[in-house]
Ligand binder design. Structure first.
Ligand code: PLP
Length: 387
């Protein structure tokens, strides 16, 4: 190239680093503009084609690699990333629901998913109806000719009922209805959604995949090309992009995810078992415990449990007392989300989020982090003393 001015030299360079660099961490490729070789390549560029690049929003080597890895872990074929777990949920709804359609959601569904259903009902001419998470094969009676999608969540991430996913899938498929699973709790480790028959697996990567409490991301994984193509169109139209830096951080978490998950699981069962023996607690809602609603489904379909469970306090304690319990915890942070190294506790007003909630005492949800469970138990014990 002819000699350039200093200003242009600040922008253009002929230097290219040597080819052949290789290392274990995947490269972080950031881009809005993606460069084409020539006009013919630009004209033939297809945003849906994941063997080539068209624009940063539609993927870089970093995001394509994470998508491929997540699909492989879940036993799926295709994956699309979204900027949060919730946007992954809305991608599914906008891909498969249109005015006049019907969607079924479990009563224990992740609350922002319920809120999205309410919005679809109010403003989009879509009916969103709610079903008992333990309905099982009975879902058949709720399916209408206009039902297009059944959401499932296993278990519900506050009240912990484990649904009969196989029965729900069989009944839905008999009527040609797609089943989507929010598989965040099991992280694709303790339950692989396609093994039990679901069509669409959604994850909040914000939780175990990240493990760092430092990013938000979601994913939708599928096996069928036609199902994926509809999702990809919605993904494009909604403009869902993720930061390659965040995608890198999720990949950084993957090698340790199973070890972390198993450590959360062991510690959570230890803390939950200790709580179960306490007189202040009337119920422990942990899918691995026999008295958890849907425990038999967990036993049949899952290989582990992770760190999340809930307890119900005896109704003799007022909300002010159980609030004081939560406020007195020292090792447990007070905040939403889970899957990170830090233990968390959140009290829920179940009457506000469940139409049929029977329990009288306060529900407190625990996320057991990676601290020594003996220290967590000692912390809970001192907080219980404040009751
Ligand atoms: C956290 C969570 C989501 C949403 O994920 P965000 O990244 O926080 O939007 C969805 N479903 C479940 C079960 C979750 O726990």
């Amino acid at each position: 190239m002819t000699k350039k001015s200093l200003q242009t030299t600040l922008i253009h360079t002929d230097y290219a680093p040597p080819a052949g660099f290789d290392a274990y961490p995947p490269g972080i490729h950031r881009a809005s503009t993606v460069l084409f070789e020539n006009v013919a390549a630009l004209r033939s560029g297809d945003w849906k084609n994941k063997t080539a690049y068209t624009y940063g929003l539609h993927g870089t080597p970093t995001t394509f690699t994470l998508e491929a890895r997540l699909a492989e872990i879940e036993g799926g074929k295709h994956c699309l990333l979204a900027p949060s777990g919730l946007s992954a949920i809305s991608m599914v709804d906008f891909a498969f629901l249109t005015s006049g359609d019907d969607v079924l959601l479990p009563d224990n569904v992740y609350n922002p998913n319920r809120e999205l259903g309410r919005w679809l009902s109010q403003d989009f001419g879509i009916s969103a109806r709610y079903y008992d998470p333990l309905v099982g094969a009975g879902i058949a009676e709720l399916i209408q000719p206009n039902t297009k999608l059944v959401w499932t969540e296993a278990p519900g991430s506050v009240s912990m009922e484990v649904p009969d996913l196989r029965a729900i899938c069989d009944a839905a498929h008999a009527r040609g209805v797609l089943v989507a699973l929010d598989n965040t709790w099991a992280a694709g480790l303790a339950l692989r959604g396609f093994d039990v028959g679901v069509d669409i697996v959604m994850h909040a990567l914000t939780k175990y995949q990240s493990g760092g409490s430092d990013l938000l991301m979601g994913a939708v994984i599928t096996r069928e090309r036609a199902v994926h193509d509809k999702l990809a169109t919605a993904h494009m139209r909604l403009g869902l992009g993720v930061s390659p830096d965040d995608a890198y951080l999720v990949m950084r978490g993957l090698p340790t995810m199973k070890l972390r998950f198993e450590a959360h699981d062991r510690a959570a069962r230890e803390v939950a078992a200790w709580l179960k023996a306490r007189p202040e607690i009337v119920r422990v809602l942990h899918p691995a415990f026999e008295d958890c609603p849907g425990h038999a489904h967990w036993q049949r379909d899952f290989t582990g449990a992770g760190g999340l469970f809930s307890v119900i306090f005896d109704e003799r304690y007022t909300e002010a007392q159980t609030d004081r319990f939560v406020d007195s915890l020292e090792l447990f942070g007070l905040g939403y989300s889970w899957g990170g190294a830090n233990s968390l506790a959140v009290p829920y007003r179940m009457g506000a989020i469940r139409r049929d909630w029977q329990e009288q005492g306060t529900l407190v949800r625990f996320n057991i982090g990676l601290e020594d469970p003996r220290d967590l138990i000692a912390d809970i014990e001192q907080a219980l003393a404040t009751l």
